[in-house]
Write a protein that binds this ligand. Structure first.
Ligand code: IPM
Ligand code: MG
Length: 373
């Protein structure tokens, strides 16, 4: 039996999570996945209930679980709350406490959605990029940080960008390993031209490549150039590895190449432990979208695809992951869309109808898969 924790969170989180739960149930009924789920609070909802965006009880559940699946956190309701108690702080604490240092953000263009991109179809067709973002270091967590009052009455805000050898090497290793299973190309991004932490990043990645990963093609790129190249010629990239802040920005940019923030899943992974397991958190990369929350219009596919990543990376259930991804593609190929990816000639579905459409597609694909096996 595998145990996972579901953290639906705020805004549209609970709605999209409900559809992922249906899918997980379908796999339990139809395959030998044996995944048992319990729920936990996180984010603004947790703050309202427990006075903290991540309680020790939730954290403890997540520590013991084989994987965590999260919806979204945050919303304007908590804008005035102290940074340390904001919904986002709960997510950052969870990443840090579980030491989820490697954040995998695939940006894949589905053929059926090619028209949804703001870029020309010939630029994004077949696009399949994986951003590996360092997630527990850098300016997000560096000390000193804070806002201080200066003697002259001015205020000063401080954050610190800091990386150690070990932090760079472990995330670069994840990127090289993943590249080996893809097109064997890694682009490492920093600002070595202006930042010492970037210079160190480049040197450590170069050394690791020379010692362990010569079979992978490595190139270095300044992060600003990478932002530009992602628009100019995104197909040049296979795996991009970068720090926490640049990764935050570049992954948002890469996601829009696909035209649909509502489609993109992510995985945040810790180190592989001696027992072969690793801490893992799966979440859609879109936010809580309070403006459309509670209306049954949100796109649940990013959360459903996050569950597929969970099957693949936490449970080695690649057949199930493939089937689930094929079901999502199948639904799109039938011109079924939620509002965010709606286009002419397609049928607009609600959140729950999209979940049902994925289940129907799974039902349809299952016998075909059995016949092939
Ligand atoms: C993300 C988000 C988070 C981040 C926020 C919600 C703290 O933008 O996961 O990309 O900045 O890491
Ligand atoms: Mg972000």
């Amino acid at each position: 039996m595998k145990n996972i924790v579901l953290l639906p969170g705020d805004g549209l989180g609970p709605e999209v999570m409900a559809e992922a739960v249906r899918v997980i149930g379908w796999f339990n009924d139809n395959f030998d996945t044996k995944i048992e789920a319990e729920q936990g609070d996180i984010g603004g909802g947790s703050y309202d209930k427990h006075g903290t965006p991540l309680s020790d009880a939730t954290l403890d559940k997540c520590r013991k679980a084989d994987a965590v699946l999260l919806g979204a956190v945050g919303g304007p309701k908590w804008d005035k709350v102290d940074y340390a108690l904001r919904p986002e702080a709960g997510l950052l604490k969870l990443r840090k406490e579980l030491d989820l240092f490697a954040n995998l953000r695939p940006a894949k263009v589905f053929d059926a959605l090619i028209g949804a991109s703001t870029l020309k179809p010939e630029v994004v067709k077949g696009l399949d990029i994986l951003i590996v973002r360092e997630l527990t270091g850098g300016v997000y967590f560096g000390e000193p940080r804070g806002i201080e009052k200066l003697p002259n009455g001015e205020r000063r805000g401080v954050n610190t960008q800091v990386y150690t050898t070990h932090e760079i090497i472990r995330v670069a290793r994840v990127a090289f390993e993943l590249a080996r299973k893809r097109n064997k190309k890694v682009t490492s991004c920093e600002k070595a031209n202006v930042m010492e932490s970037g210079k160190l990043w480049r040197e450590e990645v170069t050394a690791l490549h020379a010692s362990d990963y010569k079979d992978v093609q490595l190139s270095h790129m300044y992060a600003d150039n990478c932002a530009m190249q992602l628009l100019r010629n995104p197909s040049q990239f296979d795996v991009i590895v970068t720090d926490n802040l640049f990764g935050d920005i570049l992954s948002d940019e890469a996601s829009m190449l696909t035209g649909s923030l509502g489609m993109l899943p992510s995985a945040s992974l810790g180190a592989v432990r001696p027992d072969g397991k690793r801490a893992a958190l799966y979440e859609p990369i879109h936010g809580s979208a309070p403006d459309i929350a509670g209306k049954n219009v949100a796109n649940p596919l990013a959360t459903i695809l996050s569950a597929a990543m969970m099957y693949r990376y936490s449970f080695n259930l690649s057949k199930e992951a493939d089937l689930l991804e094929a079901a999502v593609e199948g639904v799109l190929a039938k011109n079924l869309r939620t509002a965010d990816i709606m286009s002419e000639g397609c049928r607009k579905l609600s959140t729950s109808d999209m979940g049902a459409a994925v289940i129907a597609e799974l039902d349809a694909l299952k016998p075909k898969m059995a016949a092939r096996a």
